[in-house]
Write a protein that binds this ligand. Structure first.
Ligand code: ZN
Ligand code: ZN
Length: 247
């Protein structure tokens, strides 16, 4: 039986908590993370500006790194630090965030084995450690999460992971002054007929900026083929009726 996506409330496949579009976005964020982190590393040391004579008005030397950047790049615990006094401004750093979730997911994956008498058992490990095949760097953890997304999408915690990943990617984009690229498409919208259809790097669906139209890439390709052919025919008929415009 089909279910509803817990994130966008759209149609999700049977026994899934994330729909195809949200899984596509999740994958796009995981692929974007290493690029965002490479940009973020360039911001670690604050821009000090040109040297100035005289007093700078400071009683001590400034901190040599940006704390908001270090907060994301540095090591850390995989849990949010308890903050009874409200003096924590950051969250969990990127690599512990990915590693912590990977260990949690690994512990959730049931193991199947056959005993000496031939009976198959399915057991749930209390704690398991995730080991990416390509090391323990950021890209390796992102690849690990990409590979396990089909499993995660069927688990109730998929929404929490998706929401936390969204928060992280938006924080990175804010620091890096980055916006996902949006491209205007050449066929008009099938609902409002305006030339307002756009596609975005991290979204599966093509959307209209004027009306709520939403098309999958396959739907857009079919729509474009028929619409552009009709438009081309209309242009040719107009030219045939009125003749070519004198130069
Ligand atoms: Zn969804
Ligand atoms: Zn429209």
């Amino acid at each position: 039986m089909d279910t509803t996506c817990e994130v966008c409330h759209g149609h999700a496949p049977a026994d899934h908590y994330l729909c195809e579009a949200c899984q596509h976005t999740h994958l796009a964020w995981l692929r974007e993370l290493p690029h965002q982190v490479a940009l973020l590393r360039t911001l670690l040391h604050p821009d000090t500006g040109p040297a100035r004579r005289g007093s700078t008005g400071r009683a001590h030397a400034p901190i040599p790194v940006r704390l908001d950047v270090l907060d994301l790049l540095g090591p850390g615990t995989v849990h949010t630090v308890p903050d009874p006094h409200g003096d924590q401004t950051g969250g969990v750093p990127i690599t512990p965030f990915l590693a912590g979730w990977a260990h949690y997911i690994a512990s959730d994956i049931p193991t199947a084995y056959r005993d000496a008498h031939g009976t198959a058992h399915i057991a749930q490990a209390r704690t398991a450690t995730a080991w990416p095949r390509t090391g323990t760097g950021l890209t390796a953890w992102c690849t690990w999460h990409e590979r396990y997304l089909p499993y995660v999408a069927t688990r109730p915690y998929a929404t929490t992971l998706h929401t936390e990943l969204e928060g992280l990617i938006h924080r990175l984009r804010r620091l890096n002054h980055y916006r996902p690229e949006t491209r205007a498409l050449d066929a008009p919208c099938p609902c409002c007929s305006a030339w307002s259809l756009v596609e975005r790097d991290d979204e599966l669906h093509i959307t209209c900026t004027i009306c709520p139209a939403r098309l999958t890439p396959a739907e857009y390709a079919a729509h474009r083929t028929t619409t552009m052919r009709r438009l081309a025919t209309t242009v040719l008929l107009t030219l045939d009726t009125h003749g070519p415009t004198a130069a």
